[in-house]
Design a protein around this ligand. Structure first.
Ligand SMILES: Cc1ncc(C[n+]2csc(CCOP(=O)(O)OP(=O)(O)O)c2C)c(N)n1
Ligand SMILES: [Mg+2]
Length: 558
């Protein structure tokens, strides 16, 4: 048997797993790997200049492709830089294999520079975290890592790769990949119970979550929603296109503040969450968001989410695409013709209400487009009008997001990706990864100015790999959301009209020159009417473009 090196075996196992890209930032402990890549044409190393950017690019790629996103970062400080974005990837259930190089194991007892015990650092943010100690174990552990990341509920895993394991040579059995078949059909009796409850409901409401987009179940959920005439909301922290937004039953993104959630839920007699979180809120409240006695049905791929916070009448572990057709069949045998008629009437009511509120929103966006500086609604409205149908939106618009999910159509499961974990700096690099995964679709990132500055190095990666992403910077030269929330506290800042550490205006970040210095074409935009033509140029052109859109800085409610 010929001898194989650890670095060769690692790359061969990744190729067996279908990996095409490795996202990384190298250091001495990764040099064996970089050396192996020098003679590996099938794997493209995508370099980013800070580990936060590396992980968010890989996350965008993994979410948009459904494939394993492989990351290589540098020992303790590199892994440390990666953790904020690893948190976001974990919350988004993104299938990442994060690796870090480690020193030679015989050297570690002396605590060399950059050293720390790596698996415990990553452990809180991943499904599985381990170190490869021997060359013989390398294929088994890498295959296990890939299998685990891609098995529902998907999510990141971590492997530490000591340099001596990568440099070692030996007889290595490469093994083969395993995939856990994802189409798990929910428990039959539970599905019947859910159908019984939904068939009797007179005001059902559906919360559509990320599991719907991840399992490609738009058509299946549309069929159930139409059968019962239920309005559909995207879950509160909606990071995917979990329901086609142009469908007449789509009511927009769910509230994230407890009183508003309670108000919406008070209108329902049954809540059916399909892969939607119950409930991820952004602020504490004395008001319980869940009305007492509301019947809850929850279908999800993740048992942890079922009944996590609220008693759930019917909790079904299953894949939406595999389970919703069973539910539909069970419903059809139960729904009387009178109930069917009521469902049609509810659909018509929702359709009319939705059309009216959408008309009002569009009219407001157009009216505000006349102002300079423009409002965020005017900017979002102008983007919405200019986007082609096949566009993919990556959203980190923070306080500028008002109206976004209603105005911008996202009608297929890969048409929208948003920040899930709340760690900002995700959107700009994530858009690059999404573009890599979906090379034939125009990808447009809508990114707050403050958010962009956490990972603006990623612009260089977009230029380097000639990825035609469009970055729209929603630039209010402030951390506007923090000002809004501090204002609402009605404390010292409110009294003195003084907001500490929330203005980015002195000096202002010059995004055009920043982008140009990193190889990205850029334009500054001051009028809403200029957004459409600039977006058209950006999408038609080769390579990345940044549009620096100047927005109204005001933050106090009118
Ligand atoms: C990694 C990380 N650091 C800090 C924060 C706190 N934070 C939340 S929103 C925000 C400001 C966002 O500013 P910007 O992107 O310009 O959006 P705007 O509020 O102006 O719309 C900050 C600093 C965070 N969520 N994540
Ligand atoms: Mg801002």
């Amino acid at each position: 048997m010929p001898l194989t090196s650890g670095k060769r075996a690692f790359l061969d196992v990744l190729k067996q797993e279908g990996v095409e890209y490795m996202f990384g930032n190298p250091g001495t402990t990764e040099l064996p790997l970089m050396d192996g890549l020098a003679e590996e044409p099938a794997l493209t190393y995508v370099l980013a200049l800070q580990e936060a950017a590396v992980v968010a690019i890989a996350d965008g790629y993994a979410q948009a492709s459904g494939k394993l996103g492989v990351v290589s970062v540098h020992v303790a400080p590199g892994l440390g830089n990666a953790l904020g974005m690893l948190y976001d990837a974990q919350k988004a259930a993104s299938p990442l294999l994060v690796t870090a190089g480690q020193h030679d194991q015989t050297f570690n007892v002396t605590e060399p520079i950059l050293w720390a015990d790596l698996p415990p650092i990553a452990r809180p943010f991943v499904k599985w975290s381990a170190e490869v100690r021997r060359l013989e174990d390398l294929p088994r552990l890498v295959h296990r890592a890939a299998k685990t990341a891609l098995a529902p509920p998907t999510g990141p895993v971590f492997l530490s790769l000591p340099a001596d394991v990568l440099q070692a040579e030996g007889v290595v059995e490469l093994g083969a990949p395993t995939r856990v078949a994802p189409r798990v059909r929910g428990d039959r009796a539970a599905v019947e119970a859910a159908a019984e409850m939904l068939a009797r409901a007179s005001r059902p409401l559906i919360l559509a979550g990320d599991a719907v987009a991840q399992s490609d179940a738009h058509a299946e959920l549309v069929a159930v929603a139409e059968a019962i005439g239920a309005p559909v909301y995207a879950e509160g922290v909606a990071n995917t296109a979990s329901f086609p937004t142009s469908h007449p039953l789509f009511r927009g993104a769910f509230a994230r503040i407890a009183p508003a959630v309670r108000q919406i839920l008070s209108e329902a007699d049954v809540l059916f969450s399909v892969g939607g979180d119950l409930l991820t809120l952004s602020l504490p409240s004395d008001i319980d968001p869940m009305p007492h006695g509301l019947d809850v049905i929850h279908l999800d791929t993740d048992p942890w989410e079922l009944g996590k916070n609220y008693p759930t009448s019917v909790a079904i572990l299953g894949d939406p695409k595999a389970t919703l057709p069973d539910l539909l069949a069970a419903l059809e045998s139960r729904v009387t013709s009178a109930k069917r008629q009521q469902a049609r009437e509810r659909l018509e009511t929702v359709r009319v209400a939705r059309a009216r509120s959408l008309d009002e929103l569009r009219a407001r966006a157009r009216a505000e487009a006349q102002r300079t500086p423009m409002t965020s609604l005017a900017a979002i409205g102008a983007v919405a009008e200019a986007l082609p149908r096949e566009a993919v939106v990556v959203d980190e618009s923070i306080s500028s997001s008002g109206g976004l999910r209603n105005l911008i159509a996202s009608d297929d499961p890969q048409s929208f990706f948003g920040l899930r974990g709340g760690g900002i700096g995700w959107g700009l690099p994530a858009a690059i990864g999404v573009q890599l995964a979906l090379p034939d679709r125009p990808v447009v990132g809508l990114i707050g100015d403050g958010s962009a500055m956490y990972t603006c190095q990623a612009l260089w990666t977009a230029a380097r790999y000639r990825l035609g992403v469009t970055f729209v910077i929603l630039n209010n030269s402030s951390y506007r959301i923090l000002k809004q929330r501090t204002h609402a506290m009605k404390g010292h800042s409110y009294q003195a009209d003084h907001y500490v550490a929330m203005d980015l205006d002195n000096p202002r970040v010059d995004f055009v020159r920043l982008a140009e210095s990193l190889g990205v074409r850029a334009e500054r935009i001051e009028k809403a009417g200029d957004i459409g033509p600039a977006l058209g140029r950006a999408i038609a052109g080769q390579g990345p473009t940044l549009l620096d859109v100047e927005l109204d800085r005001s933050f106090k409610p009118a």
